[in-house]
Design a protein around this ligand. Structure first.
Ligand SMILES: C[S@@+](CC[C@H](N)C(=O)[O-])C[C@H]1O[C@@H](n2cnc3c(N)ncnc32)[C@H](O)[C@@H]1O
Length: 247
């Protein structure tokens, strides 16, 4: 099984893992940011869209939404959830679009799936090219220097007679441009328990490094990672919501 089994062989369990995420609140907060900072347009692309929950909410908000992802099994679920949307199988570090859009998003820290700093920079350049004038790029991100390797998020969901336990946490060695997301999935039913472990390699960077990469392309606004209240980043938190307006 691949290191990213969660997005391939186990993609059918992905939405169970994310059952506690308020996708509606996230989509609505970013819609507000687009109204405040953007060009009021309603064309949208979601990078690393996964199974398409944000695309669903953006369509329901009146957007003409599309998504891209590198794993076809995730896109198959997204297409069933959002038959109105266009989805494409692409790597976000080198993607192309038929037409520029008004809003590009990348949720759930997926921007870190750009494998290294060179690929992240290429992704940001593609996003800039893919936006219309005053278009907005919105994503959440974690500062490598604030990662606590001991911190794990755990939750359990009962589904169709089976109990699923999901664990996930960041790991950063303390130096270099690589971090990882460690995920474990445990499925227990009457016949026994199965456990899968994934380790997802990701790019690591500090917010200062990220701001330096973004500033030639965008006016950068940073907010606390709170989708209920849009409040400026306190310069201390290790998680933040970046809102970047094309210049
Ligand atoms: C944590 S999931 C997030 C999915 C969705 N954005 C959400 O909020 O539920 C990460 C997604 O990134 C996708 N992914 C990983 N590497 C990618 C890449 N280089 N380009 C595009 N998508 C990628 C995976 O297939 C997976 O669907």
């Amino acid at each position: 099984m691949s290191a990213n089994a969660l997005y391939t062989d186990l993609s059918g369990y992905y939405d169970l893992m994310c059952a506690g995420i308020d996708y509606q609140a996230q989509s609505h907060a970013v819609h507000r940011l687009q109204q405040i900072f953007g060009n009021a347009g309603t064309t949208h692309l979601d990078l690393a869209c996964g199974t398409g929950p944000h695309v669903r909410y953006f369509i329901d908000l009146g957007y003409q939404s599309s998504g891209l992802d590198i794993n076809q099994p995730m896109l198959d679920i997204a297409a069933a959830r959002c038959p109105e949307a266009q989805f494409s199988l692409q790597d976000m570090s080198a993607f192309c679009m038929a037409e520029p859009v008004d809003l590009i998003t990348c949720f759930l820290y997926s921007i870190h799936y750009n494998a290294d700093l060179a690929k992240l920079k290429a992704c940001i350049a593609s996003v800039h090219r893919g936006l219309k004038a005053d278009g907005v790029f919105c994503f959440n991100v974690v500062d490598k220097n604030k990662i606590d390797n001991a911190l794990f998020a755990k939750h359990t969901v009962d589904h169709a007679g089976e109990r699923f336990t999901f664990n996930s946490g960041w790991h950063y060695s303390g130096h270099g441009e690589k971090q990882s997301l460690k995920v474990s999935i445990e499925k227990a039913n009457a016949t026994g328990t199965q456990v899968w472990h994934d380790e997802h390699p990701m790019v690591a960077l500090s917010f200062a490094e990220l701001i330096d990469i973004l500033q030639p392309y965008f006016e950068v606004h940073i907010f606390e990672h709170d989708y209920e209240k849009i409040i400026p980043w306190d310069s201390v938190s290790g998680n933040a919501l970046f809102t970047c307006v094309k210049i």
